[in-house]
Write a protein that binds this ligand. Sequence first.
Ligand code: AMP
Length: 218
Amino acid sequence: MNIILLGAPGSGKGTQAKALMDAEGLTHVSSGDLFRANIRGKTPLGVAATDYMSRGALVPDDLTIAMIRERLAAPDVTTGVLFDGFPRTVAQAEALDRMLGEIGQSVAGAVLIDVAEDALVERLSGRRICRECQTPFHVLFKPFEACPEARCDGEHLYQRDDDKPETVRARLEVYRAQTEPVIDYYAAQGKLQRVAGEGPMTEITQRMCAAIAELSGA
Ligand code: AMP
């Protein structure tokens, strides 16, 4: 079963994906995390992606699709993937359908996490990430208390460059122009579920599980 998580930057896709992985037995594939790993590793892809990411723009489709194609060749994706941050354009959604088709799979559906724009800006600008375990925290809503993997001490929190206010605005613009059409792409196929993305995290996870059950026909 392959599920797409859709939602604006800051809607909680990454946080929910981590909670859903265990609940649904799916592999989490985050395009943003893959790009950031390439940047840390100073790979040619990382070098090419840096400028786009620091401006809040999308990395070109050909580079992004090639990166996901490579990820889909790994053995851990055969039981199903939770895609987080991909696809972000209709061309990527079409490419994903083709790539999954080549390995005899398909997209079961997409879950859109709905969050009001004011809340998105508040969430992104207060977000801090642990450099060691990549867990997201928030200066107001989720200050560091304990590392979920019990390996960090809260000393290595940083703000992503693209979470700074000017770049947040650019990312929301990009989302409206380029990623909202992806919502219509799945809605037109009857493969879209919408979930209210505000409220306690565990409740949102429950709503997401119910939406995934709908998509999988359970
Ligand atoms: P995220 O961590 O999902 O918010 O992604 C951070 C940044 O990585 C985005 O603002 C883009 O610059 C880039 N990125 C991530 N996923 C994609 C994608 N599917 N297509 C193009 N660029 C992407």
